[in-house]
Design a binder for this molecule. Structure first.
Ligand SMILES: [Zn+2]
Length: 497
């Protein structure tokens, strides 16, 4: 894993003609209308050339042109309306930043002008977020050459924020680590490899680490987790608990936050084996745990005022003589007996015990992340993730934070009558239903049973974990969706209420 080596320099003043010429690549964002106060030297030329192309609407794609100076300065230009939605703004920022990145630029300059100061800062933030996302190195095992981005620096003109966009950088670091881990194939990221990587990250960030291996989980009677893990030839599965304490003690009496993540390093489906098409990319079935880890990393870098924990359920879902089977009856660590229906619904099995353990310590809030159901993808597509909670009054806030962070979520109902589909003749509950088309809701209803002590709980079904051509500011198909969203939720005080 590698941090992001991107330097950001802020220039309070406006670029002079000579500044413009100094940089080979510019990203320029100016207003669609009301151009008063636009102090970018070549603004008139940019507007003229754009108009000549017949662009009559605000831009959703960059307009690329070269300025008539010695350097042939290349500009990726967009003229937009103020108060553009955060998702749309981040999407445009990704496309603008892609221009210098495609050209192997090591640095580019940004100018945002002609909007009210706070709006200029919001637009600049989107470009910086996109720059960090593009500069993050993703794993590549090509033996010859590399097509990695070389972006090292961004020079920002027209905005000078005293915070230096530290939150954007922290979110980007957390997102990058989530994407890097998710992209590693399962022959390089077994549960044992994953644990090793987590140990290193924990050391760097002064987190306490506990690992509940299969032996200790057997002692804790975590049968739901072990049912999945027992199919592996190597007994390297387990549940990691990481603990963060704010420097200086944080806010007095602040409630603990628990982040829980599904970490299935490869999901074959088990005995209910997946087909080729649906098995491809199943090395990323651990993305939920990587997002929980990335969120804890971002919170640590921001010295979040609350103590926080991450609970990561690391296992493989293998097929083999010891694999669990449909109709097996299994007891979770809280004593709940589960009738297994489909071994491919392994995520809710490992999370059942993990949620029960995480909620034993009575945290003030649990957020779990999981690439859990195909049904959620069918319902929402891959540009939104599904949200579920045992506190219905939180729903408007959860949705609003999706809008403002640019990582959009949509809620599903959690009414108790959905449980009828999970009624079992032989055990306390069925793992899932063979009939219902609402598996994302049934999975959430199933998980809720294991959240103990009535802890407020938010479950995120990561249908947006992979999205072709990237999503919002993220340029890779693997999105790391959830880090920016969860940081936004927590810094906006969700754990304070
Ligand atoms: Zn599965």
């Amino acid at each position: 894993m590698q941090g992001i080596a991107l330097k950001l320099r802020q220039h309070a003043g406006w670029p002079a003609e000579t500044d413009v010429e100094k940089y080979a690549d510019w990203v320029v964002i100016l207003p669609f209308e009301a151009r008063r106060g636009v102090r970018f030297p070549s603004a008139d030329l940019l507007y003229q050339r754009r108009a000549r192309l017949g662009r009559k609407e605000p831009d959703t794609e960059p307009f690329i042109t070269e300025l008539p100076n010695e350097n042939g300065t290349r500009v990726a230009f967009a003229s937009i309306k103020p108060r553009l939605g955060q998702f749309e703004l981040l999407t445009l920022a990704r496309k603008l930043v892609a221009v210098p990145v495609r050209n192997k630029a090591e640095k580019f300059a940004v100018a945002v002008a002609g909007f009210p100061a706070r709006e200029c800062e919001r637009i600049a933030e989107a470009v910086i977020a996109a720059a960090y996302a593009a500069a993050a190195q993703m794993p590549s095992f090509k033996s010859k050459g590399d097509d990695k981005p070389r972006l090292r620096a961004v020079e920002l003109f027209g905005v000078r924020a005293p915070h230096g966009f530290g939150r954007t950088a922290a979110e980007a670091e957390g997102n990058a680590i989530a994407r890097q881990l998710s992209l590693l194939p399962s022959n390089m990221l077994t549960p044992a490899d994953y644990l090793k990587a987590i140990r290193r990250i924990a050391r760097e960030n002064h987190w306490k680490l506990e690992f509940h291996d299969m032996k200790s989980l057997a002692h804790m009677k975590a049968g739901a987790f072990l049912a999945v893990a027992q199919g592996s030839p190597t007994a390297d599965a387990g549940i990691v608990r990481l603990r963060y304490q704010p420097r200086g003690g944080g806010q007095r009496g602040a409630a603990k936050v628990a982040l829980v993540g599904k970490g299935i390093c490869f999901d074959t489906g088990g005995v209910n084996l997946k087909t080729a098409r649906t098995m491809y990319n199943m090395h990323q079935d651990m993305q939920g745990s990587a997002v929980a880890l990335g969120t804890l990393l971002a919170l640590t870098k921001l010295n979040y005022r609350h103590p926080a924990e991450a609970w990561l359920a690391l296992a493989m879902n293998h097929i083999g003589p010891k694999s669990y089977k449909p109709n097996d009856v299994i007891a979770a660590c809280d004593g709940t007996t589960i009738e297994v229906i489909d071994t491919d619904a392994e995520g809710r099995m490992v999370l059942a015990d993990t949620l029960a353990l995480a909620s034993r310590g009575k945290p003030g809030l649990i957020i779990d992340f999981a690439t859990l159901t195909g049904a959620c993808v069918h319902a929402l597509g891959r540009a939104y993730s599904g949200i579920f909670t045992n506190r219905e009054d939180l729903v408007p806030r959860l949705v609003r934070n999706g809008r403002t962070s640019g990582e959009r979520v949509w809620p599903f109902p959690m009414d108790a009558d959905y449980d009828e589909a999970l009624r079992s003749d032989i055990a306390d509950v069925k793992q899932c239903s063979t009939e219902s088309g609402t598996d994302q809701i049934l999975a959430a209803r199933f998980l809720q049973r294991f959240v103990k002590n009535d802890v407020p709980w938010v479950h995120i079904d990561l249908s947006a974990a992979r999205s072709k051509n990237g999503l919002a500011h993220i340029p890779t198909e693997t999105t790391g969706f959830g880090v920016r969203y969860a940081v936004s939720l927590l810094l906006d005080g969700l754990a304070d209420s």
